[in-house]
Each structure stands twice: as C-alpha cells, then as structure tokens.
Design a protein around this ligand. Structure first.
Ligand SMILES: NC(=O)c1ccc[n+]([C@@H]2O[C@H](COP(=O)([O-])OP(=O)(O)OC[C@H]3O[C@@H](n4cnc5c(N)ncnc54)[C@H](O)[C@@H]3O)[C@@H](O)[C@H]2O)c1
Length: 329
C-alpha cells in the first residue's frame, strides 16, 4: 500500500488489518502529509510492516513489493493549492511515481489498483459524471492524476496488467491534514480563528466519509473487473459555505468567524460523481454527511495529540503564505 501513511491510505490499512487476514506493507516517503502517527494503532501488528521510500525510486519499490499479491497506490501529492504554487513535486510523484509502480507490478504480474479522484473530470454544472465522461482536469494536481490514470489504463491495454482505477469524491474524516477544507475549518473553529472561505463559498462537493471510500477500494480490489474504472462518490452534495455553517454549529461558534477570501485560481465550481457501476458491484456508502461530520468534529476535538504538532510546526508558514494572516495559537 503506497502512501499508506496519509489520510486515506492509513484508514485503508486499518480497515484491511481488522477486516482480513492480509499482511500489509506500506511504502511511504513521509512527506509533510504522511505521518507515522497516522498508523500509531497498527504499528505493532505482526501483519504490518513499513518501508520508508518514494514510489518514484525503483529500489525502494522493489524492497516493498517483493512477496506482494497486489499493489494499491494512494501515494500522491494531493493538495490543489500546493499544485498551483509548486507543481514540480506533482509531476514527479503522480506521474513518474505511478510509472515506476506500474513497471514493478508488470514485472511481477501483480494486480494493481490506482486511487484516483473525481477531479480528473473537471467541473460540471448539472448532472453527474460517469466513468465514460471525458477527462478535463483544471489544476496541475488533477492534470497529473489524469495522466497517471491514462498510464494505468495503457498498462492494461498494452501489457494485459490487471489494473483497476477507483475515482473517489472529496473525502473527510479523522487523520486528514488540516490544509484541506473540513479539518482546516474544524480546527480554526475549535481555536476561535477566522474561517477563510474561498470566493462566494458556493463551490459544491460530493462528500464521502473516508471509511466508505476505504470499503469501496477494498470491494473493487476484490470484485472489480480488470481494466475498469469505478467512480466512488459520496451520498450527498453540499456547498462549501454550508459545510462551514454546519461546522460552526457543531463547535458552538457563530458566523462572525466566516471570512471570505480571494478565490483559488481556476477553482472548479461543482464536482458530482455517478456511482452506479460500483453499486452494481455491491458497494454502498454507509455514512451520511451529517453523521460523518459530527463524528469527524468529535475526533478532532478529542485528539489534540494528533494535530498540535502540525498546527505548531511548518503548517503555520504554509497557512500564512496561503491566507496572508497568521494562525492563532
Ligand atoms: N483526499 C481526498 O478527498 C481524495 C479524494 C479522492 C481521491 N484522493 C486520492 O487518494 C489518494 C490519497 O489521498 P490522501 O488525501 O490520503 O492524501 P494525503 O496527502 O493525506 O497522503 C498522501 C500520502 O502519500 C505519501 N507520498 C507523497 N509522495 C510520495 C512519494 N513520492 N512516494 C511515496 N509516498 C508519497 C505521503 O507521505 C502521504 O502519506 C491520493 O492519490 C489522492 O489523489 C483523495
């Protein structure tokens, strides 16, 4: 499991160790987003092991992959704002890294699942994207993820590698790095800091609880047909401003904390995934947004050990660069 020390990857590792007899090897570069803390509760499991390395490094990949039956690739540079400021790491990890993993899987004849995103389809005013919709990414993040998806599909068509692609909608839940909308707003609200909302706050996302995505990936890994793409979308849509209002309510704060800030360049207006194909395979989202958000806010409230080192470290500089103001203490 590449990128297994990140938000979704660590959730998947946890689900897999608890729900199957699998042995799990995580290969992770431990960038700012990858943390050992995300795997604190599985670190002593005898069926778990960790290799520190990059997916674009063929030697590190070889060290991690030997003996594996399947590769699941979560590893990526994932934050759109960072891809606008510094796209180079996105090209290396999302492009070159995926290529290196595909080559290693091809040499060994392994099943390969690429974790991808709804952002490859771009923005949609009405209706939902199906797996056959054209790919029209808008940011360096989504463009490099799209390139990776196309490369993955080419390994099925050209070499007969057993590939699968899962395109998830916006995830939320515990262990998500606080540069992303929901943990950023939750932590700012808990601290009484202003909540920076891009543009008019009417960007709509299809929110998916991270364990539901993890279950969807596991389901596709086991039951998906080689060469296929599966959309895995959340059960409800919500504009950002509505997400922020619900967080204020759950943290007992009022709307005076909302601060509208200059919009992200090229900000996609709406994402929406049709997930009929993965439903036909037997997966269903189980967590509705209201319940998942309540659970998420409670987790951040109860786990300052996890976010305190982030909020007092390099994240402060990122925040100041991004929002032009310092983070409160
Ligand atoms: N977060 C979302 O809402 C969302 C939605 C759909 C799809 N996805 C996709 O799911 C995957 C995981 O996303 P996430 O939110 O958990 O990301 P994350 O940023 O929390 O974690 C990324 C992980 O990848 C690791 N990593 C980065 N570069 C690496 C490299 N070169 N070699 C090895 N490891 C490296 C990091 O250390 C980290 O552990 C990504 O591929 C992302 O595109 C995310």
């Amino acid at each position: 499991m590449c990128g297994g020390a990140g938000f979704i990857g660590s959730t998947f590792v946890r689900l897999r160790l608890r729900g199957s007899d699998d042995e799990v090897v995580v290969l992770d570069k431990l960038t700012y987003a990858g943390r050992r803390e995300n795997l604190h509760d599985v670190a002593d499991d005898p069926r778990f092991s960790f290799v520190h390395g990059a997916i674009e490094d063929a030697d590190a990949v070889a060290a991690a992959i030997d003996g594996a039956d399947a590769v699941v690739n979560f590893a990526a540079e994932t934050h759109v704002d960072r891809s606008i400021a510094e796209p180079d790491a996105f090209v290396v990890t999302n492009g070159q890294g995926t290529y290196t993993l595909l080559e290693a899987a091809r040499e060994r004849g392994l099943r390969y699942l690429q974790v991808s995103t709804d952002e490859v389809y771009g923005s949609i005013e009405e209706g939902s994207f199906t797996e056959r919709s054209p790919l029209a990414p808008s940011s360096p993040y989504s463009a490099t993820k799209t390139g990776a998806d196309l490369l993955v599909s080419s390994y099925f068509h050209t070499y007969g590698l057993e590939t699968l692609i899962c395109r998830g909608s916006n995830n939320y839940g515990p262990y998500q790095y606080p540069e992303k909308l929901i943990p950023l707003m939750v932590l700012n609200a808990l601290h009484g800091d202003p909540l920076p909302v891009y543009g008019d706050g009417m960007n709509v996302r299809n929110w998916l609880y991270v364990e539901d995505f993890g279950r969807g990936i596991a389901h596709v890994l086991e039951h998906g047909a080689a060469g296929e793409v599966y959309n895995v979308g959340g059960p409800g849509e919500c504009p950002n401003i509505e997400v922020v209002r619900r967080i204020l309510e759950l943290t007992g704060r009022d709307e005076s904390l909302i601060e509208y800030v200059v919009d992200r360049p090229g900000h996609d207006r709406r994402y929406s995934l049709g997930s009929e194909k993965v439903r036909a395979l037997g997966w269903e989202a189980e967590v509705h947004f209201a319940a998942g958000l309540e659970r998420t806010v409670a987790w951040y409230r109860d786990n300052p050990w996890w976010w305190e080192p982030i909020r007092s470290g390099a994240f402060r500089e990122y925040y100041e660069r991004q929002y032009g103001r310092a983070l409160g203490d």
